[in-house]
Ligand binder design. Structure first.
Ligand code: NAD
Ligand code: IPM
Ligand code: MN
Length: 368
C-alpha cells in the first residue's frame, strides 16, 4: 500500500469552507483505492498571524518540504490589510512558492459544457474552450530588487518595484510550456511587453532561442500582454498554451476564469520541474482569493478547490484515473444543476460538495 503525505493549508475567508468539501472528495478517493493519504493540517495566512504572529511558521515550511503535495486554500482579508509587506497573509503563499522553488503555476481554463450559458460571453465564443496558462511564479515583479517605499525630501512617498527575468528563469518556465503544448495542440503563445520593458525583451529573445534550439516542432507566437487581454475576450479559442510572467499571468488568469463561467472554477498546480514522472512537492491551489465579501455565508463555489485535488491526484500522486473521475463528477454535478450563486444557482457550498460526492460514488461504483 502506498502512502502520501499531504499538507493541508485551508487559510482564511472562504478557504476553509471550500477546503472542507475538497477533503471530503479526497477521503472518498482514498477509501476507493489502496492508497493512504496522510493529511496534516496547519495554519497559513491571516489565521497564522493571529495565532503565531507570522503568516507561515518555519515549521510549516519544513512540513511542506517534506510532503508529497500541499493543498492550499486562500489567504488574506481586510483584517490584515494594514500590515507591512513582510507580515501580510499573502506572504504565506509567496514564500511557499519561492522557497520550494516552484516556478511554474499551471492554470487551466476549460469550459465545461453544462456551463456554456453561465459565462458572460456568447456560447459560440467559448464553446469547447481549453487553454492552459503557464504563469512564472517565483520571479518577476513580485520578487525583483530593489523594491520598497521611500520618503522624498518634500515629504512625498515613492513606492517602487523591479521586474527582472534572467535567461535561466525564462528557459525553465518556457520548457514547461513547450512540453505541455506538445501533449496538447502544439501551440505556445508567449506574452510580455517587449515593446516597453527590458525584462519583456529578454523574455521574448530567450523564448525564441529556446524554441529554435529545443522545440522547433511546436508553433511559437509572441504577443503583447495588452493585446492578449483583448484577444482572450474576442476569440479565446485561438490559444492553446499561454506562457507569461508573474504579474501578467496573475491578471490574465483571473480574466480567463470568467470565460469558463466563474473565478470559482479555476484550479491550479504550482510545480518546480520541467518534466517529471511525479511533481513532489507541488502546491495545488484555486486561483481565487479568500473572497471576503462572501466569506462565512457558506455559498463559495468549491469547484476550483476540488479540481485542484484532481490536478494533485494526476501530477503529484500518480492517480490519473481518479483525477479524471473527480473532474467528471464535477461536470456531472454541474449538469445536474449543482451551482453556487456565482454560477447563477442557489446551491450552498456543502450542497455542491454533496452533489459531486454523489456523482463520484456513482462513477466509482459503476467503474469496477
Ligand atoms: P478574490 O478572488 O478573493 O475575490 C474576487 C471576487 O470573486 C469576489 O467577489 C469573490 O466573492 C468572488 N469569488 C472568489 N472566489 C469565489 C468562489 N470560490 N466562489 C464564488 N465567488 C468567488 O479576490 P479579492 O477580493 O481581490 O481578494 C481578497 C483577498 O484574497 C485579498 O486579501 C487577496 O490578497 C487575497 N487573495 C489570495 C489568493 C490566494 O490565497 N491564492 C488569491 C487571490 C487573492
Ligand atoms: C494568486 C493570488 C496571489 C498572487 C496573491 C495572494 C499573493 O492573487 O494566487 O493568484 O498574486 O500570486
Ligand atoms: Mn491572483
Amino acid at each position: 500500500q502506498s502512502s502520501f503525505r499531504i499538507l493541508v493549508l485551508p487559510g482564511d475567508g472562504v478557504g476553509p469552507e471550500v477546503m472542507e468539501q475538497a477533503v471530503r472528495i479526497l477521503k472518498h478517493v482514498e477509501a476507493q483505492s489502496d492508497t493512504h493519504f496522510d493529511l496534516e493540517y496547519a495554519l497559513a495566512g491571516g489565521c497564522a498571524i493571529d495565532a503565531h504572529g507570522t503568516p507561515l511558521l518555519d515549521e510549516t515550511m519544513e512540513r511542506a518540504r517534506a510532503s508529497h503535495a500541499v493543498l492550499f486554500g486562500s489567504v488574506g482579508g481586510p483584517k490584515w490589510e494594514g500590515l507591512g509587506f513582510n507580515l501580510r497573509p499573502e506572504i504565506a503563499i509567496l514564500r511557499l512558492r519561492k522557497e520550494l522553488n516552484l516556478f511554474a503555476n499551471l492554470r487551466p481554463a476549460t469550459l465545461f459544457t453544462p456551463l456554456i450559458d453561465a459565462s458572460t460571453l456568447k456560447p459560440e465564443v467559448i464553446g469547447g474552450l481549453d487553454l492552459m496558462i503557464v504563469r512564472e511564479c517565483a520571479g518577476g515583479l513580485y520578487f525583483g530588487e530593489p523594491r520598497g517605499i521611500e520618503t522624498l525630501r518634500n515629504g512625498d512617498k515613492r513606492g517602487f518595484n523591479t521586474e527582472t527575468y534572467s535567461t535561466q528563469e525564462i528557459e525553465r518556465v518556457g520548457r514547461v510550456a513547450f512540453q505541455l503544448a506538445s501533449d496538447r495542440r502544439n501551440q505556445v503563445c508567449s506574452v510580455e511587453k517587449a515593446n516597453v520593458t527590458e525584462s519583456g525583451l529578454v523574455w521574448r529573445e530567450v523564448m525564441s532561442a529556446l524554441h529554435a534550439r529545443e522545440f522547433p516542432d511546436v508553433t511559437l507566437r509572441h504577443m503583447y500582454a495588452d493585446n492578449c487581454a483583448m484577444q482572450l475576450v474576442r476569440a479565446p479559442r485561438q490559444f492553446d498554451v499561454i506562457v507569461t510572467g508573474n504579474m501578467f499571468g496573475d491578471i490574465l488568469s483571473d480574466l480567463a476564469s470568467m470565460l469558463t463561467g466563474s473565478l470559482g472554477m479555476l484550479p491550479s498546480a504550482t510545480i518546480g520541474a520541467t518534466k517529471a514522472e511525479l511533481f513532489n512537492p507541488a502546491i495545488y491551489e484555486p486561483i481565487h482569493g479568500s473572497a471576503p465579501d462572501i466569506a462565512g455565508k457558506g455559498i463559495a463555489n468549491p469547484m476550483a478547490q476540488i479540481l485542484s485535488v484532481a490536478m494533485m491526484l494526476r501530477l503529484s500522486l500518480g492517480m490519473p484515473k481518479q483525477a479524471a473521475q473527480v473532474e467528471q463528477a464535477c461536470i456531472d454535478a454541474l449538469a445536474a444543476g449543482a451551482r453556487t450563486p456565482d454560477l447563477g444557482g442557489d446551491f450552498c457550498t456543502e450542497q455542491v460538495g454533496n452533489a459531486i460526492l454523489a456523482q463520484l460514488e456513482r462513477l466509482t461504483s459503476s467503474a469496477v
